[in-house]
Design a protein around this ligand. Sequence first.
Ligand code: GLN
Length: 460
Amino acid sequence: AHLDAIAATDGTLNSYLHVDGETALATAGEVDRRRAAGDELGPLAGIPVALKDVVVTEGVPTTSGSKILEGWTPPYDATVAARLKAAGTVLLGKTNMDEFAMGSSTENSAYGPTRNPWDHDRIPGGSSGGSSAAVAGHLAPWAIGTDTGGSIRQPAAVTGLVGHKPTYGSVSRYGLIAFSSSLDQAGPMARTVADAALMHEVIGGHDPRDSTSIDAPAAPFVEAARQGATGDLSGVTVGVVRELGGEGHTDGYEAGVLAAFQAGVDQLRALGAEVREISCPSFDLALAAYYLIAPSEASSNLSRFDGVRYGLRVGDDGSRDLDEVMALTRAKGFGPEVKRRIILGTYALSSGYYEAYYGQAQKVRTLIGRDFVSAFAADGGAVDVLVSPTSPIVAFPIGQRVDDPLSMYAADLCTLPASLAGTPAISVPCGLSEGLPVGLQVMAPALADDRCYRVAAALE
Ligand code: GLN
């Protein structure tokens, strides 16, 4: 059914970069045979899944949305892909994305923009916009996205989905094509909180192949979602972050988004939660800090795309030396946003500027982490979770912001603090503004992802 839906509508949506229906049907058939034979099956046996094309998949083309990786077929599976495979899922295909996950609209894909199923003239968010459009358009029941500065939560918000960015280190980064290694996390995008929790339980947990993987037992996310679904939030204290759309901080926020968010907060109160406003003063600096740290790490990570090891190679006709081939390959293979980030990052890391830019941004990062710690601390704000809108704006028209990178970056205002702090955050639908979905973000302390699922499920 999903393959039929893809054939019928993906010509318009462009949510997939690669679909292999034959292999999908063969895998599904194999599950049927094993079920009939009474074999023990994985917990997700036969359930289709889509993976963002930043996830490396053995024998399946992987581009990260870039021309520089066109034609590359990886020889191994990312841990996330391997765990979903072991659980019995059926891979439908790889989804479109902003090139190297840099963007908030999927317009930076080298393979054309993806359209929002709610309104085909609007963006589906980004960078995991292929995943959000596929799930919202019913071309997959759920999908994997990755979130460096909001790329799971923001596309989920603007397509009416649930999207969760796990605690940094709780889902393996092994086999995710790196953008900004200290921020990147993979996570679930789904139509319900319970689905997201279920997928998270399968992909999460320690992985010795990722040096930043946390060796801690996975919290029972499905159970937390079930508890939340009872609709009882008594005993839960919710902090509304003033700096994210509160009084004096509404610049750039659409009135309809703030109204839907307020309705969500009212609902939390009606379900028994105690709601209070919390100030996190350093959150105002998150955007500036993120757009130094992420490009700095990207400029280093993307140096591996040299025209020698993977994918595209330009000008290798024997008349040029290695440096020229590298320069030609990178000039042709990278799109404009990726080049902008590499230049920004290289500049910020250069000697003489390193302390003034990268060093300062790292200090701000520490302050943001401290704001979270004090909001959750018993002798500070003493809240269990923090909430905010997920995105200050609803899905905007395709083309509206492509020539204005700063207005594009502003779409990440609310998601960046949890990214920089490494803490978990979920986006759950909280209503509509002018007929388009609005998301409410629930943020929790590190390793307390279960709180995100509980509160989000209560709102659903
Ligand atoms: N929009 C942000 C950026 O462009 C976040 C992207 C992401 O989370 N991958 O960097």
